[in-house]
Write a protein that binds this ligand. Structure first.
Ligand code: SIN
Length: 279
């Protein structure tokens, strides 16, 4: 299979693509290279009409490289590679409900994730993605030059720690790793390891400041960058259907899971792909 034979529909001008007519369980090496390229270019690719078993999900993920085992989410006891992104009928809090970049708190942030829809609510529960290439491209040359010299500090402690955001919610008891501490410093603007494009690499969930700046100074700059990042033209919406699989690149996107389906169950299986230090 070559890139020419993939059936691709862009999800928005700058972010996301939908692919049909491929079978991820049986995709050739060439087909996989084409999907990899598309994920790096478009940030997220949603593939429709798949029928991946958990074993096939794991086998497909291993073809991308190492699996990054998530420390915090519930896991499938049979398959520790698979993190459960789950919200039940009686719960009101969801996982991933604010804009974020998975695992940016790690020294080697995860490359991306492969999310398989297992149980969907009758409506709602979409996932939004925003292009960090487009966010970067939207800035002036002067601000880009300033940002290119800056590094930002990331952690998950205020989210998953014992006093963190989730601790007092109705999904707090289902999470793991409350004692884990994370700390990483990454450039504010990275060069994407595969596409070579510049991308903004700060996010509202896990970035806590600019290295060497006060909290107040950091927040002023970060809030401005976040407002640029979620301009409507940067954002794509993945509307889930049974059999949908989304593959995204954390170096090129943010994402957030809409929490607009109270009273219904939504179960997604996520495998996170290991990444590398960012420059
Ligand atoms: C996540 O990985 O942040 C969750 C995405 C989703 O549930 O749609």
């Amino acid at each position: 299979m070559t890139a020419q034979t993939l059936s691709i529909r862009p999800l928005s001008d700058s972010c996301g693509a939908e692919v049909t007519d491929i079978d991820l369980a049986r995709i050739s090496d060439t087909g996989l290279s084409d999907i990899r390229r598309l994920v790096a270019e478009r940030g997220v690719v949603v593939v429709r009409d798949q029928d991946l078993s958990p074993q096939q999900h794991i086998a497909f993920a291993r073809r991308w490289g190492e699996i990054d085992y998530n420390r915090f989410f519930p896991i499938d006891p049979q398959y520790p590679e698979i993190a459960l992104v789950q919200k039940d009928e009686a719960q009101t809090t969801n996982i991933g409900g604010g804009w974020h970049t998975d695992h940016s708190y790690d020294v080697e942030p995860a490359m991306g994730s492969i999310l398989v829809a297992r149980e969907l609510p009758p409506s709602g529960g979409d996932t939004l993605f925003s292009s960090m290439y487009a966010a970067w491209d939207s800035l002036s040359d002067g601000l880009k030059a300033t940002l290119s010299a800056l590094r930002a500090v990331h952690t998950s402690d205020h989210i998953y720690g014992p006093d963190g955001v989730f601790a007092k919610t109705d999904i707090g008891a289902t999470l793991r790793g409350q004692d884990a501490h994370t700390h990483a410093v990454h450039p504010v603007a990275i060069t994407h390891p595969d596409s070579g494009r510049k991308a903004l690499f700060v996010n509202p969930a896990f970035t806590i400041g600019i290295e060497g700046w006060t909290r107040e100074e950091s927040q002023a700059l970060l809030q401005y960058l976040y407002s640029r990042a979620i301009q409507p033209q940067n954002v794509a919406r993945v509307e889930w259907r049974p059999g949908s699989v989304a593959i995204w690149d954390n170096r090129a996107t943010w994402h957030m899971a809409k929490n607009d389906y109270h009273g219904h169950r939504r179960v997604m299986h996520r495998i996170t792909l290991a990444g590398s230090p960012l420059h």
